[in-house]
Structure formats: C-alpha cells, structure tokens
Design a protein around this ligand. Structure first.
Ligand code: COA
Ligand code: AMP
Length: 621
C-alpha cells in the first residue's frame, strides 16, 4: 500500500475508482449503478445504514461484543450493551415508531441527553428509513421550536431530564414550551422517564418510552436509496434560522467507514471514544455511525472533562474501558490543563492502551497541543471539519501514513477533498498567504448534498461565492509543504467551547428587548472556551433604564431563548456602534478592541470618535 501522497492523488484523479473500492466495505441491498452521477454519490444503490451498523455485525459473529459503553459519572453508572442487545433494542424501538405511523421519509426529532436510548433512537429511525433530526440538549425551547417547525416531525423522542454536574435539567417543560411556540405539532412524543426527574405526561400525546418499546414488535430494516436522507442536523448559519444539513445514506456509510481505517487508524473490535454529544456532528459521526459501521465498541460518556468528579475523568474512562482512540475538543483539554497543569491525574491511570488523541471542533492552539502531547506520549492529531462535511476535511491520516506534525496545522487535505485557498478575486493564494478556504467540487461522499427543504440557501451559502468551489466559511493558508492552517471563521459564526453559534441568532434575541435600539454580538478570545460572545448594545433614545439592569436582563434573555450553551454572560451598553459610512458595523475592529489588540481606524469609518468609546466600555474609562 502506498503512502499519503499516492492515496491523495488517486482520490482526486480517479475518484470513481477510489470510492468504488471504499464502497466494498458496505453491505448493499442493490449495488450502485454508478459511483457518482447527477451530483450525487452511488446513484441506484440501495442499503440500510442500521443494517450496516448493527445487524451485519451480529450476523458475522460480533453479537457478544460490546457495541456501546454508557459511562455516566453524573448518575454513577456504567452500562455495557452488546451488539446482540443493541439489535434487539433498536429493532423494537423501530417497531414502536412504526406503530406510531413513522415510515421511510418521515422525520423524527430527537431531543435527548447522553443516554443509550439516544443512540438507539437514531439507529431505529435509520432502520425504518425515517430521517432523524437530533437537537442538542443545551438549546432552549425557542431553538428546539425552530427546528421542530422546520423539520415537521411526525414524532418527537425525548427524555424527562438531562443531568449537568450542578443541576438536573428538566427537558419536558422545554419540550412543552417548544411545542407551544411551534406551528407544527407532532402526533406523539415518546418520553424516556429518568428517575432523577420523572416528567408528567400529556395524555393522548405523550407516551412512556419503556412501556411503548416493551409492547412493540421488532421491525426489520427498510431498504432505502443511497441518495435518500439519513438525517438532518441543524447548524448555525449567519442568520437566526439554522441551516438543516442533510446527510444521505450511501455516501455517508462509505465515507465514515473509510475514515475509521484511514484517518483514525481504528479497526473492528477496538474501543473508540468521541467525548462529544450526540447533538453535534462529532457525536453523529464518531459516537454513533462510524464506530458502529466499523464494528468497534463506542463509548457514550455522560459527564464533563472536569468536575465529574475531577480532571482525571477522561483518563479514568480511557483506562477503564481500554480506549484505543480518543477524540475530543481542544477546549476539553484546556479545561483539564487548567485544573491539573502538571498532569498528576493522568499518572494515576494506565494509559498504555491509548494510541492516538484526535482533536477537532475549533483551532488547536500550539500550547494545548504541546501539553497534551507531552502528557500522553502519543500522537496528538489536530483535524479540521464541520457539520456540513460530516467527516474530516484535513487531518494527519494515521491509517495511511503518519506525517510529521506541525503544531497549529491540521496537516493536509484528507483524500477526497481538493482544498484550495482563494483570494477575494477567486485566484489561488500563494503559499503562506491567507484567504478563504474552499473545496473544489465535487465534494467527496458523506458531505452535504443540500440543505433540508432549502436548495436555494444551499447554493447561496456555499456555492455562489466561488463558482466550482464549496465555501467552508473558514479562513487560512497552505504553507510551502502543503500543510493547511485554519485560522478562524470569516463569517458571523463564532465558536464557543467547540460549539458553533451564530452571532445573528444572539443579536435577534437581544434586539427583541424593548429598550434596545441596536446591537452587535462578537466573539472575543477566551482562554478556556476559545471564544465567548459579547454583546454591544445601544439603548433606545429616551430610555431611562439603568444600563446595568438591561445588561442583566439581556444575559437572562439569551439563556432563556438560545440556551445556557451560548455562555452569554456579557452585554455592554454603549452610546453608538462603530459603522462604515454605508452603515455596516465594524465587527473586526470591535473584536480587536475587545481582545485588547492594537486596532487601526478603518478609512471607511463614519465617525472615528466611536472607537475610544468602545474601548472605554470594554476596559472601563
Ligand atoms: N443540556 C443542558 N444544559 C447543558 C448541556 C446539555 N446537554 N450541555 C451544556 N449545558 C449547559 C451547562 O450546564 C452550562 O450551563 P451553566 O451556564 O449553568 O454552567 C452551559 O450549558 C455551558 O456548558 P459547557 O459548554 O459544557 O461549558 P461549561 O462551562 O459547563 O464547561 C468545558 C466547560 C470546557 C468543560 C465544556 O465546554 C466541555 O466539556 N467542552 C467540550 C466541548 C465539546 O464536546 N464540543 C463538541 C464538539 S467536539
Ligand atoms: P461545527 O460545524 O460545529 O463542527 O463547526 C465547524 C467549525 O469549527 C469550522 O468551520 C471551524 O471554524 C471550526 N473548526 C473545527 N475544527 C477545527 C480545527 N481543527 N481547526 C480550526 N477550526 C476548526
């Protein structure tokens, strides 16, 4: 087998041959008529993703192997589910959904904490050919309502509560509030009752999860087209309305299975742990689908890197369950480093089984890279991707060839991705020069074919800026050795603790406050979370409110409407916002001021006198 260069070249020059070979690792009901056609992957092929993730492993003799380990320090439990048990649970849960009228093509919203039933729910939908849409538990009712209204689910699957270290989060009142706000109402909600906070069920609409599943007959896998949607995952765009990223069945299964061997160097039977949440794309791809498609054991961790109970939690789980590959976000490592700078907690555990630490979700700063690398003594691999792509765009593909690491770079484009850095005119930037990071079309299998029910927004968001290229929304450069450096977003998306948020969403909530005339939210640098949102607010003329009161109300409003995950703790009342003569808010300049960097006064500014006012508001006069 050749090295990285050969694999990469083959994937770009002969993609049909490359992906046809990868498709051999997937069980097809009907083999694809072609590898690609009409802008889609594997047209004519038919398969079932759940069969590939569960049934086929049981048939091949893996029934007794652990499929899933639910490690939950917040409830003090560890539960192991074998592939045979998973098959039984998934088939009966699919039977329950079928009994509620869910058939192929219907949507189902899943709003659940990190419990095995969340994974079972996703696979049960896949089994029926139904399209799941998982909503992260840290989002508030309004965000859930927006997603329910757009996805129009027949059924919502939820739980009575989630458990955060300091509090039990009752999900049911959030779900009820979301359904009140949404113009679409599902016929049924199925609620998993957790003993920490059982919920009251609404008669006629709500069903008890365990009772319903117990009463259901197992349902078989439904064969779907490779190009049919497997799921929709909403992610933040630049407006308040989230984008519904669509994933197909065929391309997704092929790409994710390929990525396990070639990007992660992970093999069937091994323990793979992505310490993320099923509500994010990392959870979809690397807690649920990729490890299970591969016949690995996946760890579902209901806890935090610190405080559950200490900064040794990740090392305990790694040692206890024999984790070979650990995947998390840099912010989690920074949280551990902050509480245990000398790494004493890691020394308590036998980590000799760990082979790689993969990090993604935000830029891996060189300090964090060096700390983790020195502590663990295994390759620490930065890799870059996004909800839209579903799997890594740039990585050190350790399954093909481990390349030398350059701290601050996610290494090189993964086979399948023709990454180009372009300047404002669409010309390729020379080595070392920053520009917009794009991927020359076609995107490889597994990447979004469209946005759910919004083909126009798909084209407008990703394809029109640079014809023939997919716009990632990130800026960066490629160095003379072909290493990619991704430096941050070039749009109004911010990244808070590896969570992607739209400043537009936060601004909409703030602007709805009766005393607010206008506002701008920007992401400012934060040592732990990477970025934190800060809102600059101008009050309506004549408002006699105490600015401190309004600031407090605004943080509460964002928490209530967007959710605690936004970590919006700072609103600053200012007299005016800095704008260009054409009325555009000068966000980059505000960011420089807020980050304490020296700023230059843009020549397009309407009134340069505003900038010192902003600096005073941030730092105090
Ligand atoms: N349900 C309900 N609330 C949730 C939640 C969930 N699933 N997840 C988070 N929250 C709440 C938290 O309780 C917290 O609320 P608080 O303001 O009352 O404290 C808030 O949302 C922010 O949570 P979080 O982002 O987890 O920050 P934190 O300050 O509690 O912890 C870290 C900081 C760094 C430890 C944490 O952000 C972390 O583990 N990050 C890992 C990032 C990650 O997995 N990203 C996924 C992409 S790979
Ligand atoms: P999400 O869609 O939530 O996964 O967020 C994707 C965004 O997170 C990307 O567009 C980047 O801005 C950022 N991101 C993810 N991984 C990395 C990384 N390894 N380096 C730099 N930025 C990253």
């Amino acid at each position: 087998m050749g090295g990285y260069d050969e694999a990469y070249r083959r994937s770009i020059e002969r993609p049909e041959e490359f992906w046809a070979e990868a498709a051999l690792d997937i069980d097809w009901d009907v083999a694809p008529a072609a590898v690609s056609g009409g802008g889609r992957w594997f047209p004519g092929g038919r398969l079932n993703t759940c069969h590939n993730a569960v049934d086929r492993h049981v048939a091949a003799g893996r029934g007794g192997q652990a499929a899933l380990i639910h490690d939950s320090p917040v409830t003090g439990t560890v539960r192991t589910i074998t592939y045979a048990e998973l098959l039984d649970e998934v088939a009966r849960t699919a039977g329950m959904l079928k009994g509620l009228g869910v058939t192929a093509g219907d949507t189902v919203v899943i709003y659940m904490p990190m419990v095995p039933e969340a994974v079972v729910a996703m696979l049960a939908c896949a089994r029926l050919g139904a399209v799941h849409s998982v909503v992260f538990g840290g989002f508030a009712a309004r965000e859930l309502a927006l997603r329910i209204e757009h996805a129009e689910p027949k059924v919502v699957l939820s739980a009575s509560c989630g458990i955060e270290p300091a509090r039990v989060v009752a999900y049911k009142p959030l779900l009820d509030a979301a359904l009140e706000q949404s113009a679409h109402r599902p016929a049924h909600c199925v609620i998993l009752q957790r003993p920490q906070c059982p919920a009251e069920l609404t008669p006629g609409r709500d069903l008890d999860w365990h009772e319903s599943v117990r009463a259901a007959a197992p349902a078989p896998c439904v064969s779907v087209a490779a190009t049919d949607p497997l799921y929709v995952l909403y992610t933040s765009g630049t407006t308040g309305l989230p984008k519904g990223v669509v994933r197909d069945n065929g391309g997704h299964a092929v790409a994710l299975r390929w990525s396990m061997t070639n990007v992660y160097g992970a093999f069937p039977g091994e323990v793979f742990w992505a310490a993320s949440d099923v509500g994010w794309v990392v959870g979809h791809s690397y807690i649920v689908y990729a490890p299970l498609l591969t016949g690995c054991t996946t760890v579902l961790y209901e806890g935090k890197p610190v405080g559950t109970p200490d900064p040794g939690a990740f090392w305990r789980v790694t040692a206890q369950h024999g984790v070979r590959t650990l995947f998390t976000a840099p912010t989690a490592i920074r949280a551990i480093k902050k509480e245990d700078p000398s790494g004493n907690f890691a020394k308590k555990w036998d980590l000799s089984g760990l082979r790689h630490l993969f990090l993604a979700g935000e830029r891996l700063d060189p300090d964090t890279y060096h700390w983790a690398s020195d502590l663990l003594g295994v390759p620490v691999i930065d890799h870059w991707w996004q909800t839209e792509t579903g799997w890594p765009v740039a990585a050190n593909c350790v399954g093909i060839e481990t390349l030398p690491i350059k701290p601050g770079s996610p290494t090189k484009p993964v086979p399948g991705y023709d990454v180009r850095v372009l300047d404002a005119e669409g010309r390729e930037c020379p080595p070392g020069v920053e520009g917009a990071v794009t991927v020359r079309l076609p995107l490889p299998p597994g990447c979004l074919p469209t946005l759910y029910r919004d083909e126009e927004r798909f084209a407008a968001s990703y394809l029109t800026r640079y014809p023939g290229h997919y716009l990632t929304g990130d800026g960066g450069h490629i160095d003379a050795d072909g290493y990619l450096f991704v430096m941050g977003r070039i749009d109004d998306v911010i990244n808070v603790a590896g969570h992607r948020l739209s400043t537009g969403t936060l601004e909409e909530v703030i602007a709805a406050h009766p005393d607010v005339a206008e506002c701008a939210v920007i992401g400012v640098a934060d040592e732990l979370k990477g970025q934190l949102p800060v809102g600059f607010v101008v009050l309506k003329s004549g408002s006699e409110r105490d600015p401190a009161d309004v600031e407090r109300e605004l943080t509460a409003l964002v928490r209530e409407h967007v959710g605690p995950v936004a970590a919006f703790r700072r609103a600053v009342v200012v007299a005016r916002l800095p704008k260009t003569r054409s009325g555009k808010i000068l966000r980059a300049t505000m960011r420089d001021i807020a980050d304490g960097r020296p700023y230059t006064t843009p020549s397009t500014i309407e009134d340069p006198g505003v900038l010192p006012e902003i600096a005073d508001a941030v730092n105090g006069p």
